[in-house]
Design a protein around this ligand. Structure first.
Ligand SMILES: Cc1ncc(COP(=O)(O)O)c(C=O)c1O
Ligand SMILES: N[C@H](C=O)CCC(=O)O
Length: 427
């Protein structure tokens, strides 16, 4: 087994054998698959086993793996060298396209990951308001910047370290947390910290405690509170951006934040992030303004080429979003129905191409309810799915991501596999 051999070696060389914790399969047991290649709806491991993809690199492969226009753009771009550390035409095109597609963004700065985007956005919000504190929601994940590793979701929660050691008490003190979908709790935090809160950051649809939707009125309520109290509202659209609509969750829900953080899809799979927002706020960023933020590889020409090819396709093909909604709905309905057949009233949250089957019969609206899921049962389900050729996120507290490469036939196969796997998981 090549994956097993590679993992044994990797553990000697890389902390935990992986370069990002959720990949290690700790939440589900067993050894991670080492991936060799992927194309369309399939991913292939080092042992030449093929799986239908429902992670899609945690989001970016929205059109399936190695999508031809993106592949061609990268091939063309590498002929002109790989990095200049200087401005390029492609960065300007990228900024123009993001501003056209994302309703609230008037100016944008490219960075190299979602983590960089959220770290920078918070610094800018602090510089703009002259305030220090921020509000985030329990179970939301905004990358691994110190300020966000408080009640963090995704791998941090899966590994049992939602409040990571190494984050200073002073930093933790400036991060206030509230349960998702709880406006009253946010109001209490604001009242207890008058004129001290620079920003409120949230995933407008959460992907990092599993898929959790904002309840009707929640996003509008947050928007109103931020306006009333002079707080910068940041939508972290690293997952939802260009996925839930071409303008992200803000377009889908019709609620505009002051700032937006982006990642994943804008790199077409290359390491990219971005943050943007209102001109008066973004003009705080150096060299236009005094808030420092920089990056040798930011706006990298290969990454820009991949991202531009991806975004142009999404911008020019509205039918992609109709299909993504259809694929997500069919999968979610199928997962729900197969649970019911087994006498289980399990919760399946879904919006567009993001969805999670929670191993619980409680509605999942926040972190506490997500935690009612039966985690060992999820582990058994995960491995049964792998045996049936379906590659899921290796943790309950993650959203799955569908791509347009999933045909109706593949969707039926996945649903059939889910039914069989649930039967194994509960037996
Ligand atoms: C909502 C959200 N924000 C930020 C991040 C951090 O992005 P990255 O892993 O590219 O640093 C992620 C994912 O990891 C995410 O899902
Ligand atoms: N939930 C995270 C981002 O989407 C998972 C990816 C990672 O942390 O490696």
């Amino acid at each position: 087994m090549k994956s097993e051999e590679l993992f044994e070696k990797a553990k000697l060389l890389i902390p935990g054998g992986v370069n990002s914790p959720v990949r290690a399969f700790r939440a589900v047991g067993g050894n991670p698959l080492f991936i060799k290649s992927a194309k369309g709806a399939y991913i292939t491991d080092e042992d030449d086993r093929q799986y239908i993809e429902l992670i899609n690199s945690w989001g970016p492969m929205i059109l399936g793996h190695a999508f031809e226009p993106v592949e061609k753009a990268v091939r063309d771009a590498i002929q002109h060298s790989f990095s200049f550390g200087a401005p390029t035409r492609k960065e300007v095109e990228m900024a123009e396209l993001i501003i056209e597609m994302v309703p609230s963004v008037e100016k944008v700065r490219m960075v190299n990951s979602g983590t960089e985007a959220t770290m920078a956005a918070i610094r800018v919000a602090r510089g703009f308001t002259g305030r220090d504190k921020l509000i985030k929601f329990e179970g939301c994940y905004h990358g691994h910047g110190d300020s966000f590793l408080i009640a963090a979701g995704s791998g941090a929660m899966t590994m049992g370290t939602p409040d990571s050691p190494g984050v200073t008490k002073a930093t933790a003190h400036d991060t206030l947390t509230a349960p998702y979908n709880n406006l009253a709790a946010v109001e209490r935090l604001i009242d207890a910290n008058p004129n001290q809160i620079a920003a409120l950051i949230l995933e407008p649809v959460v992907g990092n405690m599993g898929c959790v939707l904002p309840e009707p009125g929640f996003l509008q309520g947050i928007r109103d509170l931020c306006i009333k109290h002079g707080i910068i509202l940041i939508f972290d659209e690293v997952m939802t951006g260009f996925r839930l609509a071409k303008g992200g969750a803000q377009e889908r829900f019709g609620i505009l934040p002051d700032m937006t953080t982006m990642g994943k899809i804008i790199g077409g799979g290359m390491p990219v992030g971005a943050y943007g927002g209102r001109t008066d706020i973004m003009n705080m960023v150096s060299p236009a303004g005094p808030v420092y933020q920089a990056g040798t590889l930011s706006g990298n020409p290969i990454a820009m080429s991949a991202g531009l090819a991806m975004l142009h396709h999404l911008n020019n093909h509205p039918e992609v979003y109709t299909r993504l909604d259809e694929v997500g709905r069919r999968l979610a309905d199928g997962f729900r129905a197969s649970a019911v057949k087994l006498g289980l009233n399990y919760t399946v949250n879904q919006i567009g191409s993001m969805f999670t089957l929670f191993m619980t019969d409680k509605p999942v609206t926040d972190l506490d309810s997500a935690k009612t899921s039966d985690i060992p049962q999820f582990g058994r389900y995960f491995h049964a799915m792998l045996e049936r050729g379906v590659y899921l996120a290796p943790a309950q507290y993650e959203s799955l991501f569908a791509s347009t490469a999933l045909t109706d036939e593949l969707i039926d196969q996945v649903i059939q596999a889910s039914e069989e796997s649930l039967a194994v998981a509960i037996s």
